[in-house]
Design a binder for this molecule. Structure first.
Ligand code: SAH
Length: 400
């Protein structure tokens, strides 16, 4: 008999809205014996069947829902159908935009909680981030193999979030060939080398694709400062679209070395790029003190807030770099500013950037709102999935 999780009185409301998480505080008891990652039925306090999901006893999220359909069994066929649907939903995006890299499965919004699958040319890179995804790893790998028979399947389950699920970091080949040191991918009219074995996330910040492309409009003849450059992303789009000079800043020498290779790969003028290994917080101060100015600045920092307790400190970090950026922009200059902290709401982020402009004594407009690319969908019933927020601001005059 399948085990069941019984919810406390009237705690089924979020499930009725098809939100896929059940927090430990909503559970009154568990009937039957069950191991982490195995499938449980979820019942209301009155015994009504609500959903079926993966049990995760070490996480605050006790169950992640696989299905709201009582007739749907969780089996290899289930994963095959969900994966196929997710793959199909990206096929036009890839075909019409000359992409060879794309997020094919974005976890909860694709009905597959805890599972990420990113395609990099002939490789699929997977992250199994929940007890449920981990439990079905071999079946999922078999489905991926049948959907893309020639692909190498590589696991990058070395993200910190696994710890919360009681899982250890894990990486390596799941099927097919070992990936080379770098995989070449195409994004719009540009090429990048991605290090899928050791790079950040699964190798590349696929979520920023549309925002990198949006930079093209502002690049011509511009002097661009690309902060938190990683392997060059925004900077390479700027060079491609006519920037006079691009300064890429990152604290990682490896990332900047790959940035240089990416510039060469696209036949762009290496003399127009300046790659500086430095802490962004420090170098922005140095540029302020030396009165250096730019036409376009990009601020794409790593996640500053991992937990609610870190939000205030994160807010100070965002304000600091945005304030300095507004001081370094020429009048009419453009700021691309981002936060990928899921806990930071768009409203709060906008307020922080507004406060930064005010303290920098810079009149500024928001001319565009940005988010994660469409292969990172947000389920309407799961707003938690909307983590990447961005704005394009135009700096006006300084006021006294
Ligand atoms: N914009 C990039 C992704 C940026 S990821 C793209 O489109 O591909 C964030 C980057 O910030 C990482 O490369 C990391 O090495 C760098 N980083 C983190 N903290 C930093 C700091 N204090 N100063 C400079 N770089 C930092």
């Amino acid at each position: 008999m399948k085990a069941s999780v019984i919810l406390k009185n009237s705690r089924e409301k979020s499930l009725l809205r098809r939100h896929p998480w059940i927090f430990s505080g909503a559970v009154t008891k568990i009937i039957g014996s069950i191991q982490p990652g195995e499938t449980v039925d979820i019942l209301s306090s009155k015994g009504k069947w609500l959903a079926r999901g993966a049990y995760s006893p070490f996480s605050q999220i006790t169950v992640r829902v696989w299905t709201f359909d009582p007739d749907e069994d969780i089996s290899q066929e289930f994963f095959h159908a969900r994966l196929k649907q997710a793959f199909n939903s990206r096929s036009l995006l890839m075909k019409n935009n000359n992409l060879t890299a794309c997020r094919l499965v974005n976890a909860e919004p694709d009905g597959l909680p805890g599972l990420i699958v990113d395609r990099y040319a002939d490789f699929l890179v997977c992250q199994f981030l929940s007890a449920g995804a981990e439990h079905w790893k071999q079946e999922i790998a078999a489905c991926l193999k049948s959907l893309m028979p020639h692909a190498g399947i590589y696991e990058r389950s070395d993200a910190d979030v696994r710890e919360k699920e009681g899982l250890k970091p894990c990486a390596g080949v799941l099927s097919g060939q070992e990936p080379p040191e770098f995989v070449e991918i195409q994004e719009n009219d540009l090429y990048f080398l991605a290090d899928i074995r050791r790079g950040h996330k699964t190798g590349f910040y696929l979520d920023q694709r549309d925002n990198r492309a949006a930079l093209a409009e502002y690049a011509e003849n511009a002097e661009v400062l690309n902060c938190f450059a990683y392997t060059g992303g925004f900077g390479i789009y700027a060079l491609k679209h006519g920037a006079a000079k691009v300064t890429n800043i990152d604290s990682s020498a490896d990332a900047l070395a790959l940035c240089e290779r990416n510039i060469a790969l696209n036949d762009l003028d290496i003399a127009a790029a300046e790659n500086v290994e430095s802490d962004v917080f420090q170098i922005l101060r140095k540029y302020r003190d030396s009165r250096r100015q730019f036409d376009v600045i990009i601020l794409d920092p790593p996640k500053f807030a991992e937990s609610r307790g870190q939000l205030e400190r994160a807010a100070r970090g965002y304000k600091d770099i945005n304030l300095l950026a507004f001081k370094l922009l020429r009048p009419g200059g453009i700021l691309f500013t981002f936060s990928c902290s899921g806990l930071m709401t768009p409203e709060l982020f906008q307020k922080i950037v507004a406060d930064a402009a005010l303290d920098a004594k810079c009149e500024a407009q928001m001319i565009r709102q940005l988010g994660q690319a469409s292969d990172h969908p947000v389920a309407l019933n799961f707003p938690e999935g909307h983590y990447l927020k961005g704005m394009v601001c135009r700096a006006g005059n300084m006021f006294p």
